[in-house]
Write a new protein. Structure first.
Lengths: 111, 120
């Protein structure tokens, strides 16, 4: 059971927009800790996609965007492409656990 | 090129020990906190341990506290994870990661990972 809750799977057709939710609670996202997002392509290491809730590292397309409100955060992907098919993870810090915590991951399928 | 490279994984019996190493290059290693993150086969990501830029502060997940020890050598740009009293549930790919900046908990650089298998 992950501290941060993500849907196990989402899907969308090429060109569409999909969102992935990340639900936390008062010791983590609700406490104001930043949310970060990672993309993990099959057989590879995770890649930082969004940090500080909304910021994109250099090289990440602006099709990827993040938002945060209250105890939840979301990752939006617009103009869905076949190469976006991957696992996506949210991450934050939990004050009660004194630990960095990840969501369980969401598998994105491009139909 | 900014990169980290892990080594030291392998097969070990339950109760045994293993030492993982991570060699960093392409950035000022001594300026960044570092962490280990693991991923069990077919499972999600789990933060394991972190160490401050100077090495003076260390942090551990409850699941490894008292069994794992993180350390660094800033003169050699290396990060280590000493793993003792290993259990089957420690079986995972272990990633060495770098924080994107001191005030952020985001990990921007990941190694390719090293596989640890705990089995008799």
């Amino acid at each position: 059971q992950s501290v941060l809750t993500q849907p196990p799977a989402v899907s969308g057709a090429p060109g569409q927009r999909v969102t992935i939710s990340c639900t936390g609670s008062s010791p983590n996202i609700g406490a104001g800790h930043d949310v970060h997002w990672y993309q993990q392509l099959p057989g590879t290491a995770p890649k930082l996609l969004i940090y500080g809730n909304t910021k994109r590292p250099s090289g990440v397309p602006d099709r990827f965007s993040g938002s945060k409100s209250g105890t939840s955060a979301s990752l939006a992907i617009t103009g869905l492409q076949a190469e976006d098919e991957a696992d996506y993870y949210c991450q934050s810090y939990d004050s009660s656990l004194s630990a960095w915590v990840f969501g369980g991951g969401t598998k994105l399928t491009v139909l | 090129e900014v990169q980290v490279l892990e080594s030291g994984g392998g097969l070990v019996q339950p109760g045994g020990s293993l030492r993982l190493s991570c060699e960093a290059s392409g950035f000022t290693f001594s300026s960044y906190a570092m962490s280990w993150v693991r991923q069990a086969p077919g499972k999600g990501l789990e933060w394991v341990s972190a160490i401050s830029d100077s090495g003076s502060s260390t942090y551990y997940a409850d699941s490894v506290k008292g069994r794992f020890t993180i350390s660094r050598d800033n003169s050699k740009n290396t990060l280590d994870l000493q793993m003792n009293s290993l259990r089957a549930e420690d079986t995972a790919v272990y990633y060495c990661t770098k924080r994107i900046k001191p005030t952020s908990g985001a990990f921007d650089i990941w190694g390719q990972g090293t596989m640890v298998t705990v089995s008799s």
